[in-house]
Design a protein around this ligand. Structure first.
Ligand code: ATP
Length: 332
C-alpha cells in the first residue's frame, strides 16, 4: 500500500463511454510504487468490447508496469482493475481466463520445437487433449506458424519468435489481448504482417490493448489512444482528434494556386488570423489562428475575391509525434 505521506491524486475521470455495453476493462486510480519509484500514479480508464486501444509513452513512463498488473502478474499499490466484471485482486483466475498476454520479451525453452512449445502452453491453460489439437491448429493457421512447427523455439529469428509468442497468447481464445511492444525489433515486412493480424483479431471481435513507441503505427491500428507520461495519463482519445487538433491554438493550412504563389505570403501578412510559414512551388503553407469554421470559410472567400486562383485549400494533419511532444511540454 502507499504510505500516508505519499500524495495520492484524485482519480481523473475516464473518457466518456464509447459504447452502450459496459466496459470490458475498468482501471480506477491505479498506483504502483517500487520503493521510492512511483511507476504508475493514479491512472483511470475504460476499454470497451471490440476496441483496439494504443498505449503510448516514453521509456520508463509506466506502460509495462500497468500492463503487468492488467495481466495479473503484479498487484497495484493502490486502486482497482476490473476485467469482464472480475476484480483482479479477488478473482485473478477468472481474469486470466479472459486475457491473453504477449510480453515484450518471452522465455524460450531449450530442446523444444514450436509445436511442442504451443502444446506445453495449451496444457498449462488447462485445455483437454481434443481441444488442444484444435486450438493449436487454429492458432498455427492464424499466425502462419505451420512452416515453423518443427523448428527449435530457441533458434528462431526475432520476428518468428514474436509470431510464436503471439500464437501462444491466443491458445485459450481470450477476449482481451494485452500486447507489450509487440512490433519492437520487427522489420518493415513483419510489421505489416503484424498490423494485418491485429486487424483480423479485431474483426473477430477481440479487444486489444497494445503498447508501442511508434506512434504513427499505433495511430493506424487503434481506434483509441492512451498517452502516459511519468506514470500519469495525459490523453485518452482517438488518433483523429489528435491529428486535427491545434498546436498552441493554431492550425497549418496548405494552399495551392494556379499562378503567383509568392502573392499568398503577402496576402497572409495583412489578413487578421493568418501568417505565412513557407512559400511552395505551387502555393504556400500558412498558419491560422481562427477557430470558427465560418471565419475560415470567410477567409477562403476573401482569398478568391482578392484574385488568387485557388486550386487546393486544406488543413494539414498534425503528426502524432508532434501532438505527443506538445502534450508533454504543456505539462512541464
Ligand atoms: P519502456 O518503454 O522502457 O519499457 P515503460 O513505460 O514500460 O518503459 P516501466 O517498465 O513500466 O516503463 O517502468 C516505469 C518505472 O518503474 C521506471 O522508472 C522503472 O525503472 C520502474 N520499475 C519498473 N519495474 C520495477 C521494479 N520491479 N523495481 C523497481 N523499479 C521498477
Amino acid at each position: 500500500m502507499i504510505s500516508s505521506d505519499q500524495q495520492i491524486s484524485p482519480p481523473p475521470l475516464p473518457a466518456a463511454p464509447v459504447s452502450d455495453q459496459p466496459p470490458l476493462v475498468s482501471v480506477r486510480n491505479l498506483h504502483r510504487a517500487f520503493g521510492n519509484v512511483h511507476a504508475v500514479r493514479g491512472i483511470s480508464f475504460d476499454i470497451y468490447p471490440g476496441q483496439v486501444v494504443g498505449f503510448i509513452g516514453a521509456n520508463g513512463a509506466g506502460k509495462t508496469t500497468t500492463m503487468r498488473i492488467l495481466a495479473t502478474l503484479d498487484l497495484p499499490s493502490h486502486g482497482s482493475v476490473t476485467i469482464k466484471g472480475h476484480d483482479l485482486r479477488d478473482n485473478p483466475r477468472a481474469v486470466r481466463a479472459a486475457i491473453g498476454w504477449m510480453p515484450d520479451a518471452y522465455g524460450a525453452y531449450d530442446h523444444m520445437t514450436v509445436l511442442e512449445y504451443l502444446d506445453f502452453y495449451a496444457r498449462a491453460c488447462g485445455l483437454k487433449k481434443h481441444q488442444r489439437a484444435e486450438r493449436i491448429d487454429d492458432v498455427m493457421a492464424f499466425a502462419e506458424l505451420g512452416p515453423l512447427a518443427n523448428r527449435m523455439v530457441n533458434k528462431l529469428s526475432k520476428g518468428m519468435g514474436q509470431r510464436v509468442c503471439f500464437g501462444r497468447m491466443l491458445l485459450h481464445d481470450p477476449e482481451f489481448l494485452i500486447l507489450d511492444e509487440p512490433a519492437a525489433g520487427l522489420d518493415p515486412k513483419a510489421r505489416i504482417e503484424f498490423k494485418n493480424l491485429v486487424r483480423l483479431l479485431s474483426a473477430r471481435g477481440k479487444t486489444l490493448f497494445i503498447s508501442s513507441h511508434i506512434l504513427s503505427e499505433l495511430g493506424e491500428m487503434c481506434d483509441s489512444l492512451l498517452f502516459i507520461d511519468n506514470g500519469q495519463l495525459v490523453h485518452h482519445g482517438s488518433a483523429e482528434t489528435l491529428k486535427t487538433g491545434t498546436t498552441n491554438g493554431t492550425a497549418t493550412y496548405c494552399i495551392h494556386v494556379a499562378d503567383h504563389p509568392e502573392k499568398l505570403a503577402e496576402w497572409a501578412t495583412v489578413q487578421p488570423g493568418w501568417e505565412p510559414l513557407e512559400t511552395l512551388r505551387n502555393g504556400a503553407r500558412l498558419r491560422c489562428s481562427l477557430s470558427k469554421p465560418e471565419d475560415i470559410a470567410a477567409s477562403l472567400r476573401r482569398l478568391v475575391l482578392d484574385g488568387h486562383n485557388v486550386t487546393e485549400f486544406h488543413r494539414e494533419e498534425r503528426r502524432l509525434e508532434d501532438a505527443f511532444v506538445e502534450m508533454i511540454k504543456a505539462r512541464k
